[in-house]
Ligand binder design. Sequence first.
Ligand code: AFP
Length: 357
Amino acid sequence: MSQRETTLTEFIIREQRRFPQATGGFTGLLNYIRLACKRISFVVGRGALGGATGTAGTANVQGETQMKLDVLANEIFVRTNEYGGHLAAMASEEMDAPYVIPDPELRGRYLLVFDPLDGSSNIDVNVSVGSIFSVLKCPEGVTQPTAADFLQPGSRQLCAGYAIYGPTTMLVLTLGNGVHGFTLDRGFGEFILTHENMRIPVDTREFAINTSNERFWEPPVKRYVEECVAGRNGPRGADFNMRWIASMVAEVHRILIRGGLFMYPKDTKDPSKPGRLRLMYEANPMAMIVEQAGGAASTGRERIMDVVPTDLHQRVPVILGSRNEVERIERYHRESDQGLDQPYTSPLFRERSLFTQ
Ligand code: AFP
């Protein structure tokens, strides 16, 4: 008898059985999230054949150009999840305000926050993109949730996950009991457990950052990257590799598979934005996943999941991945803030840029 495959549905039910008082509502919610990701995988996979590439000609609340698939993926998440009876409301990168479930009789106990299609600037060039989601509890007694009811720190998330639409479609999920990866078997349309208990190595020699922003970085980030680029002849005494896919889901997935460090730090490019990534539906869910896999997720100055949100669409600096590297960068931030840092100035690096000839 071959090894019996575990489907995502079976896994969720198995996890539910760990909580005797569970009613099955959370299980039902996860099954609708699963269905939404399958539907998005299908439309992403059709690409130009589905007429869904290119821009929608609109902008989201962030003022960012929306791709047609951003809007379509958002519609799929909302329409697939609104009738299940498990959610009181949903919030999304693509919606200015929360979407409250219209029929009060259909409102449940949970809040769903999501980035329906992250990395969408990669759609037209056929590079991996993904969906990121996070589940919070609707505050007791709240029947008409507002944005304020979503403003809970990441440590209050019940569940976090992402779907990555790449050569394979995978769904990676944590319910607070480790991180587990499921690969979509397109033959019969079910996610199969293929990566049980994913762990991030505590050390790494690979980092990901958009180096074109180097002139806007704070000193501790410049120091860290310069030391990595200095390689075996520099203070780290080792060569490093660099990646940048411009799709957070793909970066985080690589880190879960082989370790690494992802940084979208605070920069001075736009002083009104303390970073590019959004706390509620990018940083927090990814931080829960990374921590559950033994990694760390920081703003550079505090644990991401301790940040108390003040706005549904607020941005935070994000430094996450292999724990020892995150802790090193946090130390560099402390030393910089206390005026104690020892910036590295190799012959390679002039005060003007990493790459001065
Ligand atoms: P898009 O969804 O607009 O493509 O943004 C993706 C993202 O939020 C995150 O997934 C990437 O890591 C980051 O932005 C890429 O930012 P840059 O385009 O500045 O490199």
